[in-house]
Design a protein around this ligand. Structure first.
Ligand SMILES: *Cc1c(COP(=O)(O)O)cnc(C)c1O
Length: 721
């Protein structure tokens, strides 16, 4: 489908019968993905095609035979469902009412949100990990709260890597090409009806971008595409992959995102009143804002002063080494001609990106973003402290605790991450049908205690069953593909036992997350796994970045163990961790394990997802868990300062010992302690405490409201412009 700059759409599915024409609107907006009645309707349309199209309604409507559509258009049962979904959709999309406009009338000017990655749904994979999932959750919640957002990102046409593990345990990446015709995106057109193409200056020759639009409820997300005929090969490939490793290509990518993103908004007639960048990658958007203001004849210092009150920066990196730093000669190559137009000389502009602790290193994107943003934050209380300390040098007159970087702790989008099949219906029954809308009302989550233990436990068992089925199905398909040895099929989880206490560890494989920590003492682990009365099993999943050799080695280490008959298939590694598998795992295991090396987990969000599904956390005190743990809703270990005091090896020993002890003495006995009704009532108390305490405090709703109250309300005030 295509759409002109005013949002007019061309017909994408001309074969849809008139009576159900609205399916086109519903299919092209990912709203359905977090509204149960939405995907239930598509399922009801044709379950088989729904599955074959990977639960992507755009693909489904393209492949569904005409007869099937015709019969749906006369089926009273389907039509009733369709009418009610469409009515709800149209009412919520068209309406500009909601929490934000009610709370802040008159602040409707658009706020542009920039992020290098987004995870909205499996049918549009534009992410690498947690940062993208956070951005996706944030946009969905912004739609729910009617925040005045437009979002900007990149299309990675070859960016998404499917993971396969070879027989020797090594990761193999298979590039998945983005399917622009069947993915839920729409080409943006110019006034003549041709695809909009925007030229981005500073490149020689200029780089051109086409623009796609994804609709996430009420929020349009503009995605820039460099892989078009108008560009030379080296320019086409700018946005092939997430996070180009070549420094020059990385800079060019961030120029397209930040500067190109602002130019595209301008071409669409959108002048954002404020700009929020998610992590440092889009920081050059602030440079473009400077350029826009200087263009009106404002001098450089005044332009900086005008950009700051309406610029917002969220940093996610807890170590200085994690930020992008571009060497000065590279900056000169691309920006040499631009200094003049900013009304300043080169050194004054570049100085904005210089870290005083290493002035020669180059242009530091985090430093630049911190200097340009009047509003900056870290993503958990602890991360805020770490960040203030890390960048205190930028504010030499201030004490560390006065450094103007606050904390807004991350959250997860509850309608997306609370299992919609078993758990949401249970919450409907005991919390009231309106719990999603009222998720912040005190008292709503207290009602979790009203759920009979047996019902919560049965729901959990059903989720565990569904996870194991999914794992088996993946293993079966892999075996059928013919390229894999039998012991590897076992390592993929086909011998997992649903009666056994199951630990989940799923996240990006990289050194600081220490996926092998629980493998420290293999004999002790083996005792736990193979205990004849109270055994345990571990399900691993996660990808390593292609250039992260240590991450790849860790995958191999875990996979070899999973293949080792001595461990009796009680360790499994499930391939190709993605949003879908994440959703199945966070509800389907019995315990969520997290043991990064403090203070390197800025926040972490997968543990929140587990907690809101009633899966307790066993986690080190780092990131969000320092705030989340209350003594009753899971288990914690490690003291916050330990990572800095002890050597890494001692630390690993101590942390592993703490994990074994908690499992041996507390968690496993609690799990297997069953009453006559087979329900582990005390374990269920921990599950309930987990939902009750984590859902309201670590929701994307709480997070988005906090951004609105602390930043947006001030940044969007007309006097700021
Ligand atoms: C939630 C999520 C993450 C982030 O998990 P962390 O524990 O914060 O590292 C990464 N990938 C996927 C697919 C997720 O759903």
């Amino acid at each position: 489908m295509s759409m002109d700059a005013n949002g007019k759409t061309a017909v994408r599915f001309p074969n849809l019968p008139e009576r159900i024409r609205g399916l086109e609107r519903l299919a092209c907006n990912l709203w359905w993905s977090w509204h149960r009645e939405g995907w239930q309707m598509f399922r009801a349309l044709d379950l088989q095609t729904w599955r074959e199209s990977d639960e992507n309604p755009v693909r489904m409507l393209t492949t569904l035979p005409l007869e099937a559509l015709a019969s749906a258009a006369t089926d009273p049962g389907f039509l009733a469902l369709y009418d009610s979904v469409l009515e709800r959709f149209d009412a919520s999309i068209a309406s500009h009412s909601g929490w934000f406009p009610a709370e802040y009338p008159g602040l409707g000017s658009p706020l542009a949100y920039f992020s290098a990655e987004y995870a909205f749904h499996a049918s549009l994979p534009l992410y690498a990990g947690g940062l993208g999932v956070l951005a996706g959750d944030f946009i969905k919640e912004s739609s729910d709260l009617a925040l005045p957002f437009v979002a900007v990102g990149l299309i990675y046409s070859r960016g998404y890597l499917s993971q396969r593990i070879r027989d020797d345990g090594r990761q193999e990446d298979e590039e998945r090409t983005l399917d622009r015709t069947h993915d839920p995106i729409t080409a943006v057109l110019d006034e003549t009806g041709a695809p909009l193409v925007v030229a981005i200056p500073l490149f020689d020759p200029p780089v051109h971008v086409a623009v796609w639009r994804a609709d996430i409820g009420r929020i349009p997300v503009y995605l820039l595409d460099t892989d078009i005929d108008a560009n030379q090969p080296w320019d086409r490939s700018i946005a092939h992959h997430l996070y180009a490793t070549n420094p020059e290509q990385r800079l060019r990518q961030e120029m397209v995102l930040g500067i190109g993103g602002m130019r595209v908004l301008e071409a669409l007639g959108i002048r954002p009143a404020a700009v929020h960048i998610n992590e440092g990658h889009p920081a050059l958007a602030f440079l473009e804002r400077l350029h826009q203001i200087s263009g009106q004849g404002v001098n450089f210092d005044d332009a900086v002063a005008r950009v700051r009150p309406t610029s917002i920066f969220t940093t996610h990196t807890p170590v200085a080494a994690g930020t992008d730093i571009f060497p000065f000669p590279l900056m000169d190559k691309y920006f040499g001609a631009a200094w003049k137009t900013l009304g300043a000389d080169r050194d004054r502009v570049l100085a904005l990106g210089v870290d005083p602790s290493q002035p020669g290193a180059g242009f530091n994107m985090t430093v630049f973003a911190l200097r340009m943003a009047g509003w900056s934050n870290g993503v958990s209380r602890r991360h805020g402290e770490v960040t203030r300390k890390m960048w205190a040098g930028l504010w030499p007159d201030k004490k560390v605790d006065e450094v103007p970087i606050v904390s807004i702790t991350n959250g997860v989008h509850l309608p997306t991450w609370i299992d919609p099949m078993c758990l949401q219906p249970l919450l409907d029954r005991y919390l009231g049908q309106a719990w999603i809308g009222e998720q912040e009302r005190p008292g709503v989550w207290e009602m979790v205690d009203k759920i009979p233990d047996r019902e919560l436990w049965r729901a959990h068992e059903a989720l565990k069953e569904a996870l194991f089925e999914e794992i088996n199905e993946r293993a079966r398909r892999r075996w059928q593909s013919g390229s894999v040895r039998a012991e590897h099929v076992l390592a993929l989880g086909s011998l997992l036992d649903r009666e056994i206490f199951t630990v989940g560890f799923a996240r990006r494989f990289t050194a600081y997350k220490r996926p092998d920590l629980i493998l420290q003492d293999l004999d002790r682990l083996k005792h736990l796994l193979l205990d004849s009365w109270h055994p345990m099993q571990i399900i691993y999943a996660g990808k390593a970045h292609p250039s992260d050799a240590e991450g790849q080695r860790l995958i191999q280490k875990v996979c070899r163990l999973a293949q080792d008959s001595e461990f009796a298939a009680r360790v499994a590694f499930v391939e190709d961790y993605d949003q879908e598998l994440a959703l199945a795992m966070v509800g389907g295991v019995d315990l969520w394990l997290n043991n990064p090396l403090p203070p390197l987990e800025a926040s972490g969000t997968s543990g929140m997802k587990a907690a809101v599904n009633g899966v307790p956390n066993l986690s080190i005190l780092d990131g969000w868990w320092i705030e989340g743990f209350n003594g009753k809703n899971g288990w914690a270990f490690g003291d916050e300062a330990g990572g800095e005091k002890a050597g890494e090896e001692d630390r690993a020993k101590a942390d592993a010992d703490a994990i074994y002890r908690l499992l041996e003495e507390k968690i496993i006995p609690l799990y297997y302690h069953r009453s006559d009704d087979e329900v582990p009532h005390e374990f269920v108390q921990v599950m309930k405490a987990s939902i009750r305490s984590i859902a309201p405090a670590f929701s994307a709703r709480r997070m988005a409201k906090e951004y609105a109250e602390r930043f947006y309300a001030a940044a969007l005030r007309p006097t700021q412009r």
